[in-house]
Design a protein around this ligand. Structure first.
Ligand code: SAM
Ligand code: SF4
Ligand code: SF4
Length: 345
């Protein structure tokens, strides 16, 4: 196997801005049982919306092959996502395939938690070590409104308990904060997580895709979130655990754990962006705000060798100059953008 910095083709797998490839997010479906207002608004993604037909999705074998191809390029961290990954049948089989791949040091999954009560045990048994659960409010009404289908928050909390009992540790919680919807939920969530010994990462609402009607006024800046929590529980900054960590970490001065804030809008971190994303149909995206993906499925199904596919990935990565969040402006506003549920956040 070639050294990490010298993939087939010779030169280092660095993009035009000198960034390495380190993380891979792999989507297993574009479907979801929720209709979160900031991701898949129910009025747009109704019963007649055409999701990707089954035959077009990468099989688990194809996705696992891609992960094996990515590892020698420097990928150590793999996150399974979607849509909602837990709605894809037999997901633990896929986890078992990925957990057996040498070089995948960190395998995790992001879920809305709706099916976690049933699946936490099988996922842990298949080799998953940790998990991220999205949870936007503890208030039943606010949560029901945000997930767009009236799903009860109690079921997600039971899912989090099941994940902890299954030994998925740590369980991280992701909260997207949208002005006027759940800004009042920030402090109760922080208080709950402190008591439960969990870390919440508060995420600024982003202009991903074109369906959510994003407006800058709806973004609650990370600094405001830190101030809100810090007034009740004083906080101090923590140094990043590694280069490219997207969350700014803050710890409670009294030792009560920590929070993270992801300030993708107010403090972009494109300079350290080391993530590749593969959609459920096998398109490679190098930015959350990409206009189109690079088709890997045709290579997978067209008889290309692993080396040929790896060379194609390297070529895409080397040509990458994405820095959307740093250049967000009136000029980027009208550009077509892939939807979040297609590439997994
Ligand atoms: N369905 C799973 C879930 O919700 O956890 C995984 C896929 S979801 C697209 C991944 C993450 O993206 C979730 O934590 C979700 O809250 C976040 N997300 C979706 N739309 C967003 C937006 N417009 N701005 C910021 N985060 C968003
Ligand atoms: Fe589904 Fe996740 Fe998007 Fe919510 S954020 S609609 S749970 S994919
Ligand atoms: Fe990476 Fe694109 Fe986000 Fe910048 S905007 S951090 S390049 S995904």
């Amino acid at each position: 196997m070639p050294p990490m910095d010298a993939p087939p083709g010779g030169a280092p797998a660095r993009d035009l801005l000198g960034r390495r490839l380190h993380d891979l997010r792999i989507s297993v479906t574009d479907r979801c049982n929720f209709r979160c207002v900031y991701c898949m608004p129910a009025e747009i993604f109704g019963a007649d919306f055409a999701f990707v037909p089954r035959a077009e999705l990468l099989s688990y074998e194809e996705s696992a092959r891609l992960v094996r191809i990515f590892v020698p390029l420097g990928v150590e961290k793999v996150r399974i996502t979607g849509g909602e990954p837990l709605v894809r049948r037999d997901l633990p089989d896929f986890v078992a395939m990925l957990s057996a791949i040498p070089g995948v040091r960190d395998l995790t999954l992001t879920t809305n938690g709706a099916a976690l009560r049933r699946l936490a045990g099988p996922l842990a048994d298949a080799g998953l070590r940790r998990i991220t659960v999205s949870l936007d409010s503890l208030d039943p009404e606010v949560f029901a409104r945000m997930n767009g289908i009236g799903f009860p928050v109690s079921r997600v909390l039971e899912g989090i308990d099941a994940a902890r009992e299954a030994g998925l540790a740590p369980v991280k919680v992701n909260t997207v904060v949208r002005r006027g919807l759940n800004d009042a939920s920030v402090l109760p969530l922080a208080r709950w997580a402190r008591e439960a010994g969990l870390t919440v990462r508060f995420i600024e609402y982003m202009d991903v895709g074109q369906a959510n009607g994003w407006r800058l006024d709806d973004v609650v800046p990370a600094s405001e979130i830190v101030d809100t929590i810090g007034r009740e529980f004083p906080l101090e900054p923590v140094a990043p655990a590694y280069r490219g960590e997207v969350a700014d970490r803050w710890r409670y001065v009294d030792g009560g754990g920590e929070i993270g804030v992801i300030a993708s809008v107010t403090e972009p971190f494109c300079g350290d962006c080391s993530r590749a994303r593969v959609s459920a149909v096998g398109e490679l995206y190098t930015c959350l705000f990409g206009t189109h993906g690079h088709d890997l499925r045709s290579l997978l199904r067209g008889g290309a060798t692993d080396d040929e596919i790896r060379a194609s990935i390297v070529e895409v990565w080397r040509g990458r100059a994405d820095r959307y969040s740093e250049i967000r402006s009136d000029e980027t506003e009208g550009l077509p953008r892939v939807e979040m549920f297609a590439i997994g956040g």
